[in-house]
Design a protein around this ligand. Sequence first.
Ligand code: NAP
Length: 244
Amino acid sequence: MSSNSVDVVIGAGSGIGRALVDRWHDAAARPVLAVARLPSALACFEALESVQTRECDYSDGALTALTDTLLEEGTDVARLVICNGVLQGDGFRPERALAQIDVSAMRQVFEVNAFLPMRLLAALSPILKRSTAPRVAVLSARVGSIGDNRLGGWYSYRGSKAALNMMLQCAALELRRLNPAAKLLAYHPGTVDTPLSKPFQTNVDAEKLLAPDTAAAALDKVLSEVESDGMLSYLDWRGDSIPW
Ligand SMILES: NC(=O)c1ccc[n+]([C@@H]2O[C@H](COP(=O)([O-])OP(=O)(O)OC[C@H]3O[C@@H](n4cnc5c(N)ncnc54)[C@H](OP(=O)(O)O)[C@@H]3O)[C@@H](O)[C@H]2O)c1
């Protein structure tokens, strides 16, 4: 293992991201870098010795600065997880019908769910290129599957995750030329008890609702067991493939 080997969680203020940082800190395999927008989201990691925190507003300048720091430090990314995602926001909720489509809301959802992860991968590609065997999971969702869509609705969320999946496949094909040992995952974490899912939990069976630390453990396991085959894998928290 490289002496500068680091695990990175972006969107570390999310329910799943926070649990993953805690888990990786406890496992003490290597230092963890936790990246989030707000100091308040990072405050919970302050007492954790092996966790370094970094505020990031996800502007182009901030992403370049993040990459520059990692390059200067000679960072070797072992695992990278991108957690950012939104389902609803100020003044909008997931659409239940075509008539509810609002392009401004749709843009916000695509911005966070599809564009931001790709901007992050673009900015970090020099790091991924020179890291020994980076394993990268971008949190997608099963509802981004076209083949699995039997309920409809949630146009922006489903569409943004499907767009994310397509762009991740492009990135996986590019990444295998840059670094054949890299592995990219579009990952469905299960239905997890976080602020994102909270308003939509009424119809979810209690046993199907995962606690964030259970979701983090599952992600950790899938990420460590998946093979670096130069392809994008679209996997759920059990490690099972999801149809595109
Ligand atoms: N919870 C579930 O049941 C479930 C199911 C399927 C897929 N997922 C996916 O898993 C991921 C994490 O979900 P979660 O449930 O843990 O979410 P959460 O606790 O609600 O956290 C939301 C995340 O989105 C980021 N975010 C929100 N608004 C943003 C904005 N305007 N710009 C940039 N980033 C923004 C936050 O970034 P900061 O940390 O920087 O604040 C945070 O990382 C998401 O991609 C979600 O779609 C979740």
